[in-house]
Design a protein. Sequence first.
Length: 215
Amino acid sequence: MLCPVSTSGAVGQRSRWPYISLIPLGLGAWAPIYAGVKARQKIWIALGLLWSALVVVALVLSSGHEHSGIVGALVIIGWLGSVATSFAIRGPYEQLMGSPLLAATEAGEQRLRDRQRAIELAQRNPALAREIGVGRPDEQGAVDVGLVDVNNASVTALLKLPGVDGEIATQIVETREKVSGFASLEDLGETLDLDGNVVDGLRGEVVFLPRRQSA
């Protein structure tokens, strides 16, 4: 099985995914789609879909002998079109995939997805979220996705939150002991009488997991 390979980390090594387009009968016509998805280039995806569609149509028509000429033409056009496109865009693909901006964008999007999953986990299964350390950047080995567990995190972790200074962090720690933790961001804001801007700034940044029982 042929596997698409990019140039990341290998000096002088060219991407090998374009060779997928060389598979006989146009069965690798989807190669530009792979490059387009990876490099976020809609035009490459569109071209890959065009060549692939021609090959698919040819396969559908191949069941009837009366379309043999059309079938052959469609296969050749789809096959050669994919090959030409794949090798023509290999250079731009390698430049884009080596772009620090693209790498940073992909990493940032992954962090946002992980953060959203962690928020959903905290709501759906708070015991599991607490077990793996969601919201505990102050704990070694915890899953750090940029969230802070207001009910359990240390003062140091709380101070990393937007709008939270030493006074607010101290209030949080002292009050959560008395009320056995806050139920939500709204509960936190009302209990501590926080400014509305501070509360809004904490959205998407915090979770509220059950308090750990003191030993």
